[in-house]
Design a protein. Structure first.
Length: 406
């Protein structure tokens, strides 16, 4: 159960395992029994589904921003927190970041992250539980709040520029790093949500003439990120402390909406050194949605196709490898058929696999976040997958728990 207060009433979290989403606040005994029977199934070797929690889209956060946005959405809906997820390294506490908010950047949504406790108890009646602890609004160096509004290209006296947070990681100093889809910068924040530094990417990544209008931006730009296809994944690799930021799709010079080679940027925050690697999509309409360090030179990445509902064919975790990949910083244009060797890849976990039961239970389309949590009591690794509801009150956000055999 999600505990706390909202408008004077207890906040409610829909918790479930692998069954249809109930309309009531608590599962029936029949649903509890079905949940117990479906736990720990492992259709893919070495991986077990433990269960999932569903957070209703109507729940409120702790930002205190209850005013209505331009489209009528309350500015404190506890939605979109599945855009990025990171374990803090303490107990069962996580940071969860929201993206730019509802209506595809048409509202002045206040950018924020949340602190959550995600409790995973394999075999329990409710094996995954989520509790909202706090909400932190993000501000720039001068204390001005960041906004998701696409047209907010420059700061004003009272408001920072636009920000579209799509991934979140924490460094050893406790600083919080966010990958911005708009500018393709890496933003470094204090744990209080105040901006410490902006880290600009190489010239290949940002567009020269950004615009709040997608069509105008495309018309004015020959290189840089394709609109709505900027950085979506961010990984931090220990012990070197380097960050890897993965674009959702091909940059304009690499084919844009018709390209299949996305770029992964390696960034060393100490030396400022960068490197780039190609990551190949099966189809131009597919997209990368998060990146997670998974051992030396290896990563897990979320990939999905552009279809929805019954038509979707791919909601997968892919293992990527750096070994043998071509460093492409000097490659002006990535194209199919070139001699560039992309990062190796193979499907690690297919979320649409019928035996998981996630599709039958109503798995949302936008699967967006990955995090490794504390080891389970039996020594297995905990992997969390979260969905993004774009601050839609009619759609729940899911947090799905898997156990990985070492």
């Amino acid at each position: 159960m999600l505990t706390g207060r909202s408008l004077g009433l207890p906040i409610l979290l829909l918790c479930a395992a692998c069954g249809p989403e109930p309309e009531r606040s608590a599962p029936s005994e029949a649903e509890r029994s079905a949940s117990r029977e479906t736990m720990e199934r492992s259709p893919q070797r070495g991986i077990a589904l433990l269960g999932f929690a569903r957070v209703a889209g109507t729940e409120r956060d702790r930002s205190g921003r209850s005013e209505l946005l331009e489209d009528g959405t309350p500015n404190d809906l506890f939605g979109s927190f599945g855009s990025g997820l990171e374990w803090t390294g303490v107990g069962e506490r996580y940071l969860a970041v929201c993206d730019r908010g509802p209506a595809d950047g048409a509202t002045s949504f206040a950018c924020r992250w949340h602190e959550l406790d995600v409790r995973v108890r394999p075999g329990a009646t409710e094996p995954v539980q989520v509790e909202l602890v706090s909400t932190t609004l993000l501000v720039d160096e001068d204390g001005r709040g960041f906004t998701g509004l696409a047209s907010a290209l420059v700061p004003t006296e009272t408001r920072a520029e636009r920000l579209d947070p799509e991934a979140i990681r924490i460094d050893t100093a406790g600083h919080v790093w966010i990958a911005d889809e708009y500018s393709m910068q890496l933003f470094e924040f204090s744990r209080a949500g105040r901006l410490l530094r902006r880290h600009a990417p190489p010239a290949a990544f940002p567009v020269a003439r950004p615009s709040g209008d997608r069509k105008r931006e495309l018309a004015d730009s020959a290189s840089g990120r394709t609109p709505n296809r900027g950085f979506e994944g961010l990984a931090r690799v220990e012990p070197i402390g380097a960050f890897y930021a993965l674009a959702q799709g091909a940059l304009l010079q690499d084919g844009g909406e018709r390209g299949t080679h996305a770029r992964c940027l390696e960034f060393d925050p100490v030396t400022g050194r960068t490197a780039q690697y190609a990551v190949q999509l099966e189809r131009p309409t597919d997209s990368w949605n998060d990146l997670l360090a998974f051992g030396e030179g290896r990563f897990l990445a979320l990939v999905r196709d552009a279809e929805k509902g019954a038509k979707r064919t791919r909601r997968s975790l892919v293992q990527l490898g750096l070994a043998g990949a071509t460093e492409v910083s000097a490659v002006e244009r990535l194209r199919d058929g070139s001699d560039v060797v992309p990062m190796s890849s193979f499907t690690f976990l297919d979320l649409l696999e019928p035996e998981w039961g996630l599709v039958a239970a109503g798995l949302p389309d936008k699967v967006e976040a990955l995090a490794l949590g504390p080891d389970l009591s039996d020594g297995r690794r905990l992997l969390l997958v979260a969905t993004d509801n774009d601050v839609d009150a009619d759609e729940a956000t899911w947090v799905i728990a898997f156990a990985l055999r070492r």
